[in-house]
Design a protein around this ligand. Structure first.
Ligand SMILES: [Zn+2]
Length: 318
């Protein structure tokens, strides 16, 4: 269990020990916090027929063995048939048929639906009927990064388990125990990009995303020194989510401002950076408010604006 999920885990264990488990749990929070692993631990605990004294699954009983072999008759996991696609009504209906059967090995039946926000409208309606007539000893676990996309009627029938990012120090301490070789400074930057989700940091490192972001930082320096070609840069940034780049640049400029303030030198750079920070925020607002915006054009405009701000400041100084 990840250290940042301990409080939620204690809450679950307490409910289990007091035999007060709800019919449905909603695990929500940004990706990279370990919601899937948490759900699997919940399932392992609920299905084990001889829990150890510390409330962990024994790993030995018939139920534990079936679960680890991946074919437990009392457990179902529902996912989109293809990644990124919807969960269809037939998948939820098959659940209903299965729910009416009695348990065969464990004392409970468990169902994971992930990502729950992938259910289409008819699948959601079908699930709602199940939630309205809960079966005894059946635990339904919904997992989602985007709870706001679930109908309120479903959310209100689940007990909420909200996952949140750990404090930066805790995240960095955990990352230090992983087999990675980045400096603390680099990890802090990547953690920022991952919205504070430590497991997401590992994924980003695996995919060399951090290298690409280091390139963006070099690009940003080129923009600030007036050396950039806006059209070429906008093209090379095309593969990224523009809002992600902008949040990253905002983080960079904020850090540079803090560094400037710490040196306490009187400098026009302060106002220069503040102007750029405003420009980034304005562009972030634009990307979120406009639906059919041409991202490449917007990126070019943004780069040109930053270069113009820089040009004005440098010419005032001289
Ligand atoms: Zn067991």
């Amino acid at each position: 269990m990840y250290p940042w999920n301990q409080v939620l885990w204690q809450r679950f264990c307490q409910q289990q020990q007091q035999q007060r488990l709800p019919h449905a749990l909603l695990l929500s929070g940004i990706s990279g916090l370990g919601k899937e692993g948490f759900a699997e631990s919940v399932v392992a605990n609920v299905l084990c027929i001889s829990l150890k004294n510390d409330n962990s699954p024994c790993g030995q009983c018939h139920s534990c063995q079936l679960l680890s072999a991946g074919n437990h008759p009392d457990h179902i996991k529902i996912m989109p048939e293809e990644a990124g696609k919807q969960i269809k009504i037939d998948q939820i209906r098959s659940l209903k048929d299965k729910q009416q059967l009695t348990t065969s090995v464990a004392n409970w039946k468990t169902i994971i639906i992930s990502p729950a926000d992938a259910m289409n409208v008819s699948a959601s309606n079908s699930l709602l009927k199940l939630l309205e007539e809960p079966q005894q000893n059946t635990l339904l676990i919904l997992i989602t990064d985007k709870p706001e996309k679930l109908p309120i009627t479903i959310r209100s029938r689940c007990q909420s388990y909200p996952f949140s990012s750990p404090p930066t120090e805790q995240a960095l301490a955990w990352l230090a125990t992983q087999d990675i070789h980045n400096t603390k400074n680099e990890l802090e930057k990547i953690l920022q990009l991952a919205s504070g989700a430590p497991i997401k940091v590992l994924e980003m490192l695996d995919n060399n995303i951090s290298d690409r972001y280091q390139q963006i930082e070099r690009d940003f320096d080129a923009i600030l020194s007036g050396q950039a070609n806006p059209i070429a840069l906008a093209t090379s940034w095309k593969d990224f989510e523009l809002s992600e780049i902008l949040h990253y640049l905002h983080y960079l400029i904020k850090n540079r401002l803090i560094e400037l303030l710490e040196t306490k030198q009187k400098s026009t750079k302060n106002r220069h950076y503040l102007k750029i920070s405003d420009c980034i925020m304005d562009t972030i607002k634009l990307t979120s408010s406009l639906n059919n915006v041409n991202k490449t054009l917007l990126t070019e405009d943004f780069i040109v604006s930053v270069m113009q701000i820089t040009y004005k400041f440098e010419n005032k100084v001289r």
